[in-house]
Design a protein around this ligand. Structure first.
Ligand SMILES: [Zn+2]
Length: 266
């Protein structure tokens, strides 16, 4: 009996002590929250994606993986050539860049995605060339309709935190695809095959705005002839970099995705 009463009294003291502690913690947290200076941003502003600081350039294929071929012309060499040109152009505009492969080396698709997911505040631009029927030529840009949205790093090891909490960057990818596609068509006058949704591995498995550019058909005579010219490849690279910069400028103006026009879509 006595034990029980003492036990009850002890429990009450414990509860009071815990409540006191809780109150202290709560008031400390409240004070912390109140003391954080907040910039005067509207809801619309905070909802827009933040401008990026790094462009991950992904020259398709490499090493033993040649990609599409036309005689002695390999897709892997063309993608690397264009990526290097884009790389140089973006750097002269003050943008940081990262190439997923150096020289003619083989890098798996998973590694390309992993490098991108480890980088912060970046966008991903993969460069490829097409293959198809001989009569088909032109340029097209892909985005993924569903993209991996990695959970915040701190909780990523807890399985149930990997739900759809993080916002998917799909809309941003679609916008980036349109800007690059529009710039390529405007500059090179290549046939416009539009922007398209496709679950290509590298663009579907990164958690940042990501596109895959198909900058011509190696199965088409006209495209091949043009791509053999240094000047045409420089124009193509200039267009890709122009699209990226235009996308960044619009992000800075916080107009995405409203400012995107339908031109260039099928
Ligand atoms: Zn390819």
């Amino acid at each position: 009996m006595f034990r029980g009463r003492f036990g009850f009294g002890g429990a009450v003291k414990n509860i009071v002590a815990w409540l006191g502690l809780l109150l202290m913690v709560a008031s400390f947290v409240w004070w912390q929250v109140l003391s954080i200076p907040r910039p005067a941003t509207s809801m619309r502003r905070t909802a827009a994606p933040a401008p990026f600081t790094l462009v991950v350039l992904d020259p398709g294929h490499g090493g033993q993986d040649s990609g599409a071929m036309c005689g002695a012309i390999y897709e892997k060499d063309l993608t690397f050539d264009i990526a290097q040109r884009v790389d140089r152009l973006l750097q002269t505009q003050g943008l940081a860049t990262l190439m997923t492969r150096v020289g003619d080396s083989y890098v798996s698709l998973a590694d390309r995605a992993a490098v991108t997911n480890r980088a912060r505040d970046c966008i991903f631009v993969s460069i490829h060339f097409n293959e198809g029927k001989k009569v088909v030529g032109g340029v097209e840009t892909y985005y993924a309709e569903h993209q991996a949205a990695p959970a915040p790093r701190l909780v990523s090891w807890i399985p149930f935190f990997q739900g759809p909490a993080a916002e998917s960057p799909t809309l941003a990818s679609q916008s980036l695809a349109r800007f690059i596609q529009e710039a390529m068509v405007a500059r090179t006058k290549a046939p416009d095959r539009g922007t398209k949704a496709e679950q290509f591995f590298v663009i579907a498995n990164v958690g940042v705005p990501a596109v895959l550019v198909e900058a011509g058909f190696l199965s088409n005579k006209d495209d091949i002839t043009k791509l053999e010219s240094n000047d045409y490849r420089e124009q193509m690279a200039a267009a890709i970099s122009e699209g990226i910069l235009r996308y960044r400028d619009v992000l800075k103006e916080r107009q995405l995705p409203l400012a995107v026009t339908g031109a260039g879509t099928e």
